[in-house]
Design a protein around this ligand. Structure first.
Ligand code: LR7
Ligand code: MN
Length: 621
C-alpha cells in the first residue's frame, strides 16, 4: 500500500524520503477523497437519471404535486354506487379516445373517486349468514403490467375498505363462544384485536415490469402517503415475466394463510372476503372463485345480475361461461351454497397457501397470457381438489374488448400454454385440441413438460376421462356422445360440410373442398340426441307451415349454425338409411348445389346424390 507507493514516488522523483513521504500521503488522500466524491456524484446522477427516465419526475415533492393534481381532477359523486358515469363534450371525446387505445375509459376512471363504494348486490340470504369470528388471514395479490394507474388504485382501495373493522357487516365483534367460553374477536388468529382491519394480512402488488412511469415512483409514493401503513407491499419484477410468474412471485412473498389473487382492474363487493375464507377454512383443497360482476369499460357501471354462471371450456382451449347444471343445483342444496364449477376464468380466486404449492402452483414455463386457467382447473379436479364458485362473494372486473399490452415475441402464448396443458392433463383428448392447432403438434415451441407429468404422477391424479365423466358430464365430447362424426362428404360433388370459419352468432353452414386430414371447420357430428353440430353450435332450420300443414314452399332454405339449446325442435336431425340427412320437424333434406364455398340448404327430400352424405365415422359404416 502506502509504503510501496511512497517508495515508488521517491525513486521516480529522486526526492529525500522524509519530505516526500508527507507530500505523497497528503496527495494520496486528496486523490482518494476526490475519487470517492466523483463516484458518489456519478452514482447519484445515475439514480436521478434513471428515476427521471421512468417518471419524468425526480423527487417525492414532485410526486406529491402530481398526486394533488390528480386528486383535484376527481369529480365527487361520479359513478358512486356503481352507476354509469358519463362526461360530456370534450371530456367525453377524450374518454372515447383513451378507451380506443387502452380498452378502458381511463380519462373517466381518473375522474371517479379511487375509493368509490359499490351497492351491495348480494343475495339477501348472504346477509344473514353467521361466519366464525376467527378466520384464516388473507394475502391479496394483485398483478399488473401497464394497467391504468387510477384503475389499479381503485382496486387497492376497494380491498382495503372492504376489510375495515367498522364496516356495517362486521357487527358481531368480541362475543363469547358458547361451550368454550372463549372470547372471540373478529380477525385472523393472532391478529391485534385493535387493528382497524380484519382478515386482511396484506396486499401484495406485483409489478410485472411495467413501463408506464406513473406506476413506479408515483404509485409507491401514493401507497406510502395515502394508504394504511404496513398493509401494502410492492414487488417490482426486473423483467417482464407474464402473469403466471407474476402470480408465483406474489405467492412466494405472501405470509397469509390464504392467497387471494385478483386482476388489477377489479372492485371488491360488500363482505367479499369472509365467504371465501370461511369455505377454505372448512375445506382446505377447495379452490374458490367469487362471482365475477361486470364493470363496464366505457362507463364503469357495475352489472351484477342475480343469476350467475360457472366455468366451462372448449376443446380449442378457451374458457366459456355455462349455466349451473341441474344436477349441481340439486347437490349444492341452496342458492347461496358454494357451487361446483368445471373450470375457472383464472384471474380471481382464493386458495389455501400451503395447498397452492402442494398442488403445483403454476407451470413456470408458461409465459405471457392464457392457458393457465384451464390448466389449474383440470389439475385441481383431477388431483383431488374441488373448484367452487362462492355466490356470497362478489367482485367486479373490467372486461376489456382487447389486450392493451403487447405480449412476448410470436405472442401466441395462449396457444403454446394450452398445448402444454393438453400434453399434461388431457390424455387422448389432447387430440381434440390439436385438431384446431395442428401446427403445435410435437412442436418445439411447446417445450418440455416432463416436470409437470412428474407432478401428475406424484399427486396420483385421475384421468381426463374421469374428469369428463364426473366433473363435467354435460360437456359435449365430439368423439363420445355421437352417432357419427368426422367429415360429412357429399356423394355427388365430393365436397364436405364446412362451417367456413364464420363465427357470427348465427351463420350459415356451407360446403367446401374436403381437407385430407380432419380439421376443425369440417369436424361435425350427428349426436346421439339427434343434433347436427360442432362443439358449441347446432344446425338449425327456420321454416313455416301452410294452413294445410305442409312446409311452406319448396324453395331452398339456409341452414344456420346457432348455439345448441339441447331441446331439439328445429335443431333435430336424423340420418336416413338412404344416406340423406333429414331435418325432423320440417321433413326437409340437407343438400348442396355442389359449388365450393356455397351455403348448404334444405329442400324437399328426393333421390338425388346432391342430398346424399357419407360420414367419416359412424355406427352405420
Ligand atoms: O404479461 C402480463 N403480465 C401481467 O401481469 C400480462 C398480464 N398481466 C396482468 C394484467 O395486468 C392483469 O392484471 O395479469 C392480469 C390478467 O390479465 P388480463 O386482465 O389482460 O386478462 P383477462 O382478464 O383478459 O383474462 C382472464 O384469463 C387470463 C388467462 O391467462 C388470466 O387468467 C386472467 O387473470 C383472467 N381474468 C379473469 O379471470 C377475470 C374474469 C375474466 C373472465 C372470463
Ligand atoms: Mn382482467
Amino acid at each position: 500500500g502506502m509504503r510501496r507507493t511512497v517508495k515508488f514516488i521517491k525513486q521516480k522523483m529522486k526526492l529525500p524520503v522524509r519530505k516526500c513521504y508527507h507530500a505523497a500521503k497528503a496527495g494520496f488522500f486528496v486523490i482518494l477523497v476526490v475519487t470517492i466524491l466523483t463516484l458518489f456524484e456519478h452514482w447519484r446522477g445515475g439514480k436521478r437519471a434513471a428515476r427521471a427516465m421512468t417518471s419524468g419526475l425526480d423527487s417525492e415533492a414532485a410526486y406529491e404535486k402530481a398526486i394533488l393534481e390528480d386528486e383535484a381532477r376527481i369529480i365527487p359523486g361520479l359513478g358512486e354506487g356503481g352507476v354509469a358515469a358519463h362526461l360530456t363534450g370534450e371530456a367525453q371525446r377524450l374518454g372515447e379516445e383513451s378507451e380506443k387505445q387502452l380498452a378502458i375509459n381511463v380519462y373517466l376512471s381518473d375522474r371517479i373517486a379511487y375509493n368509490r363504494t359499490l351497492q351491495d348486490h348480494r343475495h339477501p340470504a348472504c346477509k344473514r349468514v353467521v361466519y366464525d369470528a376467527e378466520l384464516p388471514s388473507a394475502s391479496v395479490i394483485l398483478i399488473f403490467h401497464n394497467e391504468p394507474y387510477s384503475v389499479v388504485l381503485r382496486t387497492v382501495w376497494s380491498v382495503v375498505n372492504s376489510a375495515r373493522r367498522d364496516n356495517p357487516w362486521f357487527r358481531r365483534a368480541n362475543y363469547v363462544e358458547r361451550g368454550t367460553g372463549r372470547t372471540m374477536t373478529l380477525g385472523y388468529p393472532g391478529q391485534d384485536p385493535n387493528s382497524p382491519f380484519v382478515y386482511l394480512k396484506e396486499i401484495i402488488l406485483v409489478d410485472d415490469n411495467s413501463t408506464l412511469p406513473e406506476l413506479k415512483g408515483k404509485l409507491s409514493h401514493y401507497v406510502k402517503t395515502r394508504l394504511p401503513p404496513d398493509l401494502i407491499r410492492i414487488i417490482r419484477l426486473p423483467d417482464r415475466r407474464g402473469l403466471m410468474l407474476a402470480r408465483v412471485a406474489g405467492a412466494r412473498a405472501a405470509r397469509g394463510a390464504v392467497l387471494l389473487f385478483l386482476d388489477a382492474h377489479c372492485e371488491a363487493g360488500a363482505d367479499w372476503l369472509r365467504p371465501l375464507l370461511a369455505r377454505v377454512a372448512r375445506k382446505r383443497d377447495a379452490v374458490l372463485t367469487p362471482l365475477i360482476d361486470v364493470l363496464d369499460q366505457t362507463s364503469f357501471r357495475l352489472d351484477a345480475p342475480q343469476h350467475f354462471q360457472v366455468g366451462g371450456f372448449t376443446f380449442m382451449g378457451h374458457f366459456t361461461w355455462i349455466d349451473v347444471p341441474e344436477r349441481e343445483k340439486k347437490r349444492r342444496g341452496s342458492d347461496i351454497a358454494p357451487t361446483w364449477s368445471p373450470t375457472m376464468a383464472g384471474g380471481l380466486f382464493a386458495i389455501n397457501r400451503a395447498y397452492y404449492w402442494e398442488i403445483g402452483a403454476y407451470d413456470e414455463q408458461m409465459a405471457g397470457w392464457g392457458g393457465e386457467n384451464l390448466e389449474m382447473s383440470f389439475r385441481v379436479w383431477q388431483c383431488g381438489g374441488t373448484l367452487e364458485t362462492v355466490p356470497c362473494s362478489r367482485v367486479g372486473h373490467v372486461f376489456r374488448s382487447f389486450h392493451p399490452y403487447g405480449l412476448p415475441a410470436h405472442s401466441d402464448t395462449h396457444g403454446i400454454n394450452t398445448a402444454r396443458m393438453a400434453d399434461v392433463w388431457m390424455d387422448e383428448y389432447a387430440e381434440l385440441f390439436y385438431l384446431h392447432r395442428p401446427d403445435l403438434r410435437e412442436s418445439p415451441k411447446v417445450g418440455d413438460v416432463t416436470h409437470r407429468r412428474v407432478l401428475r404422477e406424484k399427486l396420483q391424479c385421475k384421468s381426463f376421462q374421469w374428469y369428463l365423466d364426473n366433473v363435467y358430464p354435460e360437456k359435449f365430447v365430439p368423439v363420445r356422445d355421437v352417432f357419427g362424426y368426422g367429415r360429412f362428404v357429399n356423394n355427388a360433388s365430393g365436397l364436405c360440410l364446412d362451417t367456413l370459419q364464420r363465427d357470427a352468432e348465427a351463420s350459415p353452414l356451407g360446403v367446401y373442398g374436403c381437407h385430407k386430414r380432419l380439421e376443425a371447420t369440417q369436424y361435425l357430428a350427428l349426436s346421439l340426441r339427434g343434433e347436427l353440430r360442432d362443439e358449441e353450435k347446432c344446425a338449425e332450420v327456420q321454416y313455416t307451415r301452410t294452413k294445410a300443414g305442409d312446409v311452406d314452399g319448396d324453395e331452398s332454405r339456409r341452414v344456420l349454425m346457432v348455439t345448441c339449446h339441447g331441446k331439439l325442435h328445429e335443431q333435430n336431425w336424423r340420418y336416413l338409411p338412404s344416406g340423406q340427412l333429414q331435418h325432423v320437424e320440417s321433413g326437409l333434406c340437407l343438400r348442396t348445389t355442389g359449388v365450393s364455398g356455397s351455403d348448404a340448404t334444405v329442400a324437399r327430400c328426393r333421390s338425388s346424390p346432391l342430398q346424399l352424405w357419407t360420414i367419416d365415422y359412424s355406427e352405420r359404416n
